[in-house]
Design a protein around this ligand. Structure first.
Ligand code: 4AD
Ligand code: MG
Length: 448
């Protein structure tokens, strides 16, 4: 057998005999020529089986090959710019063909149109389709870029627990579980633990799955999502935003460079993404509210469904159409800062001159993708936090350790959480979050 190569490297093997191990993606029967589209996980290459070039039984099986049959082909690589595939432009003239398993049942995901429910029910097979494959390769690249940037900017990885005794982001979305007889909750965020580890390590991040029992179906929410949460001591809300714009720009530019083929396959218009470079605009919540109410009065609508922009009262959190409208006014992602204290989590630092606002910021992605980051400066004031825990009706005992952080060397500090799936959705230009993770956990669905 010739050298086993991966299709993504096929360009290096023009004129050489290679072996590709994969699955049949599609086939065209042209009599004495069988055109096999073979995928191997790294790409798709067209393999041409000519009747006279292979043994008769091999040609016969090539004619009978069914979608997703697993196979090993050996042949010589030829460059031909018309050849379809990913990356495309190369073909293999097959000299040997071995079938590992011939699929005898009809493959459920044939090229016809399928409804979303059907596809979600067959997610374990759907991920083999080229669009899904492209999205998940982009996801892996974004995750690598996240780690690379943080690891090279002095942030130390500190894993935070998934089983926790207390809520971070409000009690309404907690998934409760039984911890040997005591209630425990799946983590909504590692932030509170980051606030402990920064006092030992200065700058940290946690990166893992987080869980929210979101009770409504939206395009932007899933029950289990991955969040990266950097946190740093002696950083205020403005410095926190500078870190975010550097970080997000790096993620976007790295993905554009390394996943151009996948983004092209997805039909993504990358011109807007190319503009994602620091600095990002910053908008006070007051200005955002004024902007929204002006638009609402003028009857503005937002994509994708021309939904009207409803008016908003000072103090309300933004709904999806508000976020979309505000973000649409800017080319780059935009920070909205100083949300009302009462609309945000208990730990947010108040703005001293205007305590009804807090030192929070959300980063809204352009083109209607909404909030990708939530973050801000945390209160370093023991008495304020004690009062907030009571105001939010949180069980004080579960937060004693957190309050200790304000008793022993309390310092100003800030951090943020970037949702991986929202980021993938934006960079890939998808209209639903369900395609951004291999096996999404959606409201009312936990199969497969
Ligand atoms: O704004 P959130 O709730 O912030 C926090 O959890 C902070 N503790 C983070 C921090 O400061 N360390 O969530 C942060 C991000 C959102 O901007 C969004 O990208 C994502 O997490 N997110 C979700 N993504 C998908 N599905 C959901 N249900 C999500 N909820 C939040
Ligand atoms: Mg948020």
């Amino acid at each position: 057998m010739a050298e086993h190569v991966y299709i993504e490297r096929i360009a290096d093997y023009v004129g050489h005999e290679v072996t590709v191990k994969g699955w049949l993606y599609a086939k065209t029967d042209k009599g004495k020529l069988q055109f096999l589209q073979v995928r191997d996980g790294t790409g798709i290459v067209q393999c041409i089986v000519f009747k006279k070039s292979v043994a008769p039984e091999q040609f016969e099986i090539a004619q009978r090959l069914t979608q997703e049959s697993s196979l090993i082909v050996t042949g010589v690589v030829r460059a031909d710019e018309r050849a379809p595939g990913i990356p495309g432009g190369y073909e293999i003239d097959v000299g040997d063909l071995q079938v590992v398993q011939l699929v005898t049942e009809e493959y459920p995901i044939s090229p016809k149109e399928h409804g979303v429910d059907f596809l979600m029910q067959h997610r374990h097979l759907w991920i083999r389709s080229s669009r899904q494959w492209a999205v998940l390769r982009v996801r892996a690249t974004i995750i690598k870029a996240i780690r690379d940037w943080l690891d090279s900017h002095g942030f130390i990885l500190m894993d935070t627990p998934i089983l926790t005794p207390a809520a971070c982001e409000g009690t309404t979305t907690l998934f409760e579980t039984n911890y040997h007889g005591t209630p425990a909750y799946l983590s909504q965020s590692g932030q509170l633990y980051n606030e402990a580890t920064i006092m030992a390590f200065g700058r940290v991040y946690c990166f893992g799955p987080t869980f929210r029992a979101e009770k409504s179906k939206t395009r932007r929410h899933i029950q289990e999502f991955w969040m990266v949460e950097p946190e740093a001591a002696y950083v205020d809300m403005w410095q926190n935003m500078e870190i975010q714009e550097q970080f997000v720009s790096y993620l976007v530019q790295t993905t554009l460079q390394t996943r151009a083929a996948e983004l092209k396959l997805l039909g993504r218009d990358v011109s807007r993404l190319e503009k994602v470079e620091p600095p990002f605009p910053r908008l006070h919540y007051d200005e955002a509210v004024a902007m929204i109410n002006k638009a609402a009065a003028a009857g503005a609508v937002v994509p994708p469904n021309d939904e009207p922009v409803p008016p908003i009262s000072w103090g309300d959190d933004f709904g999806a159409p508000h976020e979309t409208y505000v973000a649409e006014q800017f080319e780059k992602p935009v920070f909205v800062h100083h949300y009302p204290t009462a609309a945000k989590a208990f730990y947010m630092a108040q703005e001293p001159d205007r305590p009804e606002t807090c030192r929070s910021s959300d980063l809204l992605a352009p083109e209607g993708y909404g909030e990708i980051i939530g973050g801000g400066e945390r209160s370093s004031d023991l008495a304020f936090l004690e009062a907030q825990i009571e105001r939010h009706r949180l069980p004080r005992e579960a937060y004693e350790w957190y309050l200790d952080l304000r008793r022993f060397g309390s310092v100003p500090h800030s951090g943020f959480g970037l949702g991986v799936e929202r980021t993938v959705m934006w960079i890939c230009g998808l209209n639903h979050i369900r395609e951004t993770i291999p096996f999404p956990r959606l409201l009312g669905r936990i199969y497969p």
